[in-house]
Ligand binder design. Sequence first.
Ligand SMILES: Cc1cc2nc3c(=O)[nH]c(=O)nc-3n(C[C@H](O)[C@H](O)[C@H](O)COP(=O)(O)OP(=O)(O)OC[C@H]3O[C@@H](n4cnc5c(N)ncnc54)[C@H](O)[C@@H]3O)c2cc1C
Length: 417
Amino acid sequence: MRFSGWRVLREGLTGNRGWQGHWRDPDPKPQYDAVIIGGGGHGLATAYYLAKDHGMTNIAVLERSYIGGGNVGRNTTIVRANYYLPGNSEFYSHSLKLWEGLEQDLNYNAMMSQRGILNVFHNDAQRDSAVRRANAIINQGDDAEILSRDQLRDMVPLLNYANNRFPIQGALLQRRAGTARHDAVAWGFARGADQRGVDILQNCEVTGIRTEGGKVIGVETSRGLIRAGKVAMAAAGRSSQVAAMAGLTLPIESHVLQAFVSEGLKPIIDHVLTFAEGHLYISQSDKGGLVFGSYLDLYASYAARGNLPMVEHTMEACVAMLPAIGKARLLRSWGGIMDMTPDGSPIIDRTSIEGLYLNAGWCYGGFKATPASGQCYAHLIATDRPHEAAAGFRLDRFETGRGLMDEEATGAQHNLH
Ligand SMILES: Cc1cc2nc3c(=O)[nH]c(=O)nc-3n(C[C@H](O)[C@H](O)[C@H](O)COP(=O)(O)OP(=O)(O)OC[C@H]3O[C@@H](n4cnc5c(N)ncnc54)[C@H](O)[C@@H]3O)c2cc1C
């Protein structure tokens, strides 16, 4: 089934009776060439690119719950390529280029909206840092502009310029950045992978990883033993738990990050806005809700729900930066489990066990990485060599100290990210 304007029109005129399910619901086979643990954005994208780029179709994605129920369906949907450090900047640049062609590639409307991201700065030190970042982004080949306070005011008059607890001096703008509909990304990759023969197995929890003589041979699941020559972990916040099934200890702590959405409002915010003070980020969804978030809850947890102190902090930051939205009502909030690495950068690498691969450590920034992560991870799984765009995401950097990419400059303290 292909989507097109003509198809939408025809279905509209004939009672919408011709739409089909987007993916099958197969029973697990006893054996696959490769299985992917985790049906989030990264796992599904990996399956898609394994099938599309490498012709590997005898594979399965094993999801303990339903696809899109993890962080891929819980994030604030920001897509950007404004990273500073080598290693990260080329990877996210590659990812944004994939995003720009993704809907055509998948034949699926992921509601990619390049509405621009504005990183507002509040003092000289933050402006210096924004200028350095802008230069790094431009050197990488992506777009970046520094806006003065007046230019920013012309673009976003709604901010509190007059009497702000955090004075506004200007902003770093990346026009190609924006948002995409998060769960449509999961569905689009699932559909694309399924069409190429990949089995997507929901309600199939991996409970053990079987190895023999230092080699992986399969996984134990809630739906029985599944043998596979290659096993690829893509379990995001639960990466440490899954890796422990193979006796591996990861340099990852799991923390909660909350997000919030307001009642639907008329269009008032045209861009993605982020504020360096208060670490607030906010955009407006197509339904009119303001979607926003701020810090981690700052303690390790596997609970996909947050606590009130961070709710209070986020609301304070919102009202300080955008007093006009003070009267909007909060509709709902939720939490997701973040796989935090000590340097804030991810891991796409082989492990010490032959045939067992790791994709983890995306912290709170893995949604924008989804297409590139899938493509680079698929390349690694299929060829046993790292993709050049993800060559820096090595696991051993935490052991050797070489090649650390401390994007947030917070050192080894997870709770400072
Ligand atoms: C509130 C919030 C806001 C965010 N905002 C942004 C943002 O604006 N931009 C951005 O780039 N990133 C953002 N992120 C981060 C981003 O969502 C994640 O980094 C990314 O989604 C993680 O990859 P994933 O999609 O594969 O994860 P997930 O969707 O969590 O996929 C992992 C899957 O593994 C499954 N799983 C776990 N254990 C097992 C097992 N034993 N067996 C089988 N399956 C298993 C889980 O059920 C889950 O479905 C945000 C995250 C949160 C929570």
